[in-house]
Design a protein around this ligand. Structure first.
Ligand SMILES: Nc1ncnc2c1ncn2[C@@H]1O[C@H](COP(=O)(O)OP(=O)(O)OP(=O)(O)O)[C@@H](O)[C@H]1O
Ligand SMILES: [Mg+2]
Length: 152
């Protein structure tokens, strides 16, 4: 599924649309080069699950930021992960036991990111399209059919 994101507001709205569909165990994988809008989407999603003015810093150096929402959400930025196994040390598997995970730079999990994740994965790849962006959305596990619920 392809979704045009003409401006940053559209990226935020996509995050907002995904938020109510998330359940514990879900991973949202956000692929795309530097500055594509991954954190913008994550912020829209997290604010929809918490409060509209929630402080949602990019976890560039901490690698992860946890939110006590319903479901709980953990926001990962793996850009600075030094090796895939470090994902366990920063609590990726524990986060998925209790809640859902939004993951920027999932490339850092190596060739088989599935070994760190649950069965249910929503995958969004953001690329450039003119002045805006294009989101290419796919799903694994319950998200294969769950995509039908996503209306933006
Ligand atoms: N659909 C869009 N069209 C144009 N600009 C956008 C769009 N979505 C987000 N942006 C802008 O892109 C810039 C970078 O956004 P953001 O920080 O979310 O990217 P990122 O992918 O998280 O970057 P990084 O790889 O550094 O983590 C911001 O200025 C944001 O407003
Ligand atoms: Mg970011």
């Amino acid at each position: 599924m392809k979704i045009a994101l003409p401006d940053a507001e559209a990226t935020t709205l996509l995050g907002q649309a995904i938020a109510p569909l998330l359940a514990p165990g879900d991973s949202l994988l956000l692929y795309g080069p530097l500055g594509m809008g991954k954190s913008t989407l994550a912020r829209g999603l997290i604010r929809a699950l918490t409060t509209p003015d929630e402080d949602v810093p990019s976890p560039t150096f901490t690698l992860v930021q946890f939110y006590e929402s319903d479901p709980p959400v953990a926001h990962f930025d793996l850009y600075r992960l030094t090796r895939p196994e470090e994902a366990f040390e920063i609590g990726l598997d524990d986060a998925l036991d209790e809640g859902c995970a939004v993951i920027e730079w999932p490339e850092r999990l190596g060739d088989d990111p599935g070994r760190f994740l649950g069965a249910d994965q929503l995958i969004i790849e953001i690329s450039e399209q003119g002045d805006g962006r294009l989101a290419t959305v796919s799903g694994v596990g319950r998200w294969e059919t769950g995509l039908k619920e996503l209306h933006v």
